[in-house]
Design a protein. Structure first.
Length: 363
């Protein structure tokens, strides 16, 4: 028999939940804005930079990061990073560390990678992000988002990943939790991701959420800025310790893809201040640039948007946007690898608003 009082209470609680958490009741409408599928025969150096060096990287790591294809290469649609035991640059191990700094950087979205991880004591693999401002403000003021870190070895190290945020608040602060899998992450590919907006960062493994941090406080303002992506395999360091006799080399981290999605439309939230109040065309960043830069703009209403690039003679050389857009905040990447050094202009036309800005390509 149906308990009418119980049903009534459930209905009341449901409607209360709608009032309290309205922003969770709207399905995310993700649009793929950038993807690295590693379909070529070599690493795309317009996107990725191989960092080099053996200075310990602030963690007393033991490897020397090289730009050799023996440590990082693309084959059959997969990026492979290889950590090897070998003498190189006064270090006993080599590996690779790849970053998109100044080439691809993002503010908010669903950011994910499908990865098969290495294993073993002293092996420290990571898929993470740093604030694009790091060269200006340093760490941790730049902010850091560790989407996935694995510290191998032990009874559960090879099946545990960590998601962590780092920031500055009168000194280094951090927050993180871990996810324990039923099997080693080296056995198969898994999808590691975050969903990041102006309110929070959420961490996922294979679409299962295991952590969240609220970032609305002014003390976490680092996370309202652009971040770039890093993939690396470290050997040793303060956290994992050194490899031991159980550690097998070489170790490989295999990356099937890296993808970034963003909401095409602004979904309903309790914070109406998230919605733009006026039209605006931002200054491209970085500027000067080589060969890619990001242009941002905002729309306070649905509009037909034209965003074009012109050379110094006023000739149109690129159409970045030419379509109807909903209200919201947008970023567009411009790749000028085919163009010569010099001054260029980009113009936004939307809803009667027209603005032109200058940018410098410096190769």
């Amino acid at each position: 028999m149906v308990n009418k009082k119980l049903v009534g209470r459930i209905c009341i609680l449901f409607f209360i939940s709608l009032l309290i958490f309205p922003f969770n009741m709207f399905a995310q409408s993700w649009k793929l804005v950038w993807a690295e599928e590693f379909n070529g025969t070599q690493l795309d150096e317009t996107v990725w930079t191989r960092e080099t060096g053996g200075n310990g990287w602030g963690n007393n790591e033991l490897e020397y990061y090289t730009d050799r294809t023996t440590n990082s290469f693309v084959n059959n649609g997969v990026l492979t990073i290889v950590a090897q035991r070998e003498s190189f640059g006064e270090r006993d191990y080599t590996s690779a560390r790849l970053k998109t700094q100044s080439k691809k950087f993002f503010k908010y979205g669903k950011i994910e990678a499908k990865i098969k991880l290495p294993y073993g004591k002293g092996i420290w693999s990571a898929f993470w992000m740093l604030g694009e401002s790091i060269s200006l403000v340093g760490w941790p003021a730049s902010g850091e988002i560790d989407i996935m870190e694995l510290i191998g070895g032990g009874s559960s190290g090879d099946r545990t990943v960590y998601g962590t945020a780092h920031w500055d608040d009168n000194g280094h602060k951090s927050f993180g939790l871990n996810y324990l899998n039923s099997t080693n992450f080296s056995n198969d590919f898994h999808v590691f991701s975050i969903i990041w907006d102006s309110l929070s960062i959420k961490w996922f493994v294979d679409d299962q959420q295991y952590s969240i941090i609220n970032i609305t406080s002014d003390t976490l303002s680092e996370f309202q800025n652009n971040f770039f992506i890093i993939l690396n395999v470290a050997v040793g360091g303060n956290w994992p310790g050194s490899p031991d006799t159980t550690t097998v080399f070489p170790q490989k981290m295999e990356v099937d893809y890296v993808r970034v999605y963003q909401n095409e439309k602004i979904t309903s939230t309790k914070n109406e201040n998230l919605l733009p109040k006026d039209f605006n065309l931002g200054q491209n960043y970085p500027n000067p640039f080589n060969p890619t830069t990001t242009i941002s703009y905002k729309l306070p209403q649905q509009s037909f948007v034209s965003l074009k690039v012109y050379d110094i003679l006023g000739r149109e050389i690129a159409v970045l946007v030419n379509e109807e857009k909903s209200l919201g905040y947008y970023t567009v990447n411009f790749n000028a690898s085919e163009f010569a050094n010099g001054i260029y202009f980009y113009r936004l036309v939307a809803g009667g608003f027209v603005e032109t800005k200058r940018m410098v390509l410096l190769k």
